[in-house]
Design a protein around this ligand. Structure first.
Ligand SMILES: Nc1nc2c(ncn2[C@@H]2O[C@H](COP(=O)(O)OP(=O)(O)OP(=O)(O)O)[C@@H](O)[C@H]2O)c(=O)[nH]1
Ligand SMILES: [Mg+2]
Ligand SMILES: [Zn+2]
Length: 350
């Protein structure tokens, strides 16, 4: 099998690439304005062409780790030039930190998202719900990976709680130290599959990847006693080929996952609540004080946890707010686009 195929290249990508003199490559690392790419035969640093930069309207138009790009290679020293990003099949996005209206793509073209949560300090069902929504929205299939089982005495109990919140998504109990659950993790990865590993800083994402590849490739800070604290050990997103099959993307821990958008992710993540709501007496039930409210009833009889419902309401509000923001942003982008077009036309007519 050639390198490109190992990286996940297939007929569908070939079709998207069409007939081209350019070389296909995958983005394996992203730095500031600079990328590391892998072609079938070599690895290069790469940047986008001037034309590309000129046409890009916003951050999500730029390549992200996992993207397939069409490049021209340098004849000698120098960077490869990225001319085109092939249309993504999936993207895991978040709201860019400190920026209300920008989308940050954490990883593109992923098939599976490992949502890692440690069984000690990081365990938090509300956070898990948030990750699940982002994963559903991404187009990838989520798998919940509970890590550091060796540090937890009631991991079965916690797994059951996570299963209840994850509704049908596989929940695996693992330990990078003892090897628990790693075979099951591996069983989800196949040829041509791209996995992205997400979660808070210090939950053991890089350790899991090291355990899967069987060597200490990714940096792990062994002095750190606790998770969720201190500096991030992994600082760049990076795509790595697994020794047997598939590729995996390591990501720096997120302090907080701010949702970017969700058309269907929220519904998929909270199907239990949306199904209940269908049984409310009033179609426009606000699930507060109305008679015949199936949700209030389910909370009372313990079928639905109050915390889970609160979480749903909170996330819904957050997404509605973002939606209003991003409508505004679309308008700004539209203006930008027309400005670019008119500048371009002026240039031609000079
Ligand atoms: N006890 C125990 N400790 C672990 C396990 N996996 C990782 N650790 C420790 O947890 C700490 C963080 O591990 P990393 O793999 O660097 O975590 P990370 O999620 O990649 O962190 P960032 O790169 O900062 O996002 C290190 O000190 C590891 O040695 C495990 O299965 N059991
Ligand atoms: Mg790491
Ligand atoms: Zn109701």
């Amino acid at each position: 099998m050639n390198t490109l195929t190992k990286l996940g290249w297939n007929e569908k990508w070939q079709e998207k690439a069409g007939q081209s003199d350019l070389t296909p490559a995958r983005i394996i690392t992203e730095y500031k304005n600079l990328y590391k790419i892998q072609t079938d035969t070599s690895i290069h640093l790469a940047e986008v062409t001037g034309k590309y930069r000129h046409q890009a309207l916003s951050r999500e138009d730029y390549p992200a780790v996992g993207d397939w790009v069409m490049v021209s290679l340098p004849s000698g020293e120098g960077h490869a030039m990225i001319h085109q990003v092939l249309e993504r099949t999936s993207k895991f996005s978040r709201k860019a930190a400190g920026d209300l209206t920008n989308e940050q793509i954490v990883a593109a073209n992923i098939d599976i998202a490992f949502l890692v949560m440690s069984l000690n300090h990081d365990f938090n069902l509300r956070r898990l719900e948030r990750y699940l929504i982002a994963a559903w929205e991404s187009g990838a299939n989520p798998i919940v990976v509970l890590s550091k089982a060796d540090l937890c005495e009631n991991s079965e109990e916690k797994a059951a709680e996570a299963e209840a919140a994850a509704m049908g998504v596989p929940v695996l109990v693992t330990s990078a130290y003892t090897g628990t659950g790693l075979d099951e993790l591996k069983s989800h990865i196949d040829h041509g599959i791209t996995v992205a590993v997400m979660g808070s800083s210090g939950v053991g994402k890089s350790s899991i990847i090291n355990a899967l590849i069987g060597e200490e490739k990714m940096m792990v800070n062994d002095i750190r006693e606790d998770d969720s604290k201190g500096k991030h050990t992994t600082t760049h997103r990076e795509l790595i080929m697994l020794p047997n099959k598939g590729v995996i993307i390591d990501t720096p821990g997120m302090r907080e996952l701010q949702l970017w958008e969700s058309d269907s992710g929220l519904s998929q993540g909270f199907q239990d609540i949306e199904t209940l709501a269908e049984a409310c007496q009033f179609r426009d039930c606000s699930h507060e004080t109305e008679p015949g409210c199936a949700i209030q009833e389910a909370i009372e009889n313990g079928e639905l946890e109050q915390d889970r419902y609160n979480s749903y309401v909170k996330l819904q509000k957050e997404l509605a707010y973002l939606d209003r923001k991003s409508n505004k942003r679309e308008q700004i982008l539209e203006k930008k686009k027309w400005k670019k077009i008119s500048q371009y036309q002026k240039q031609i007519h000079k």
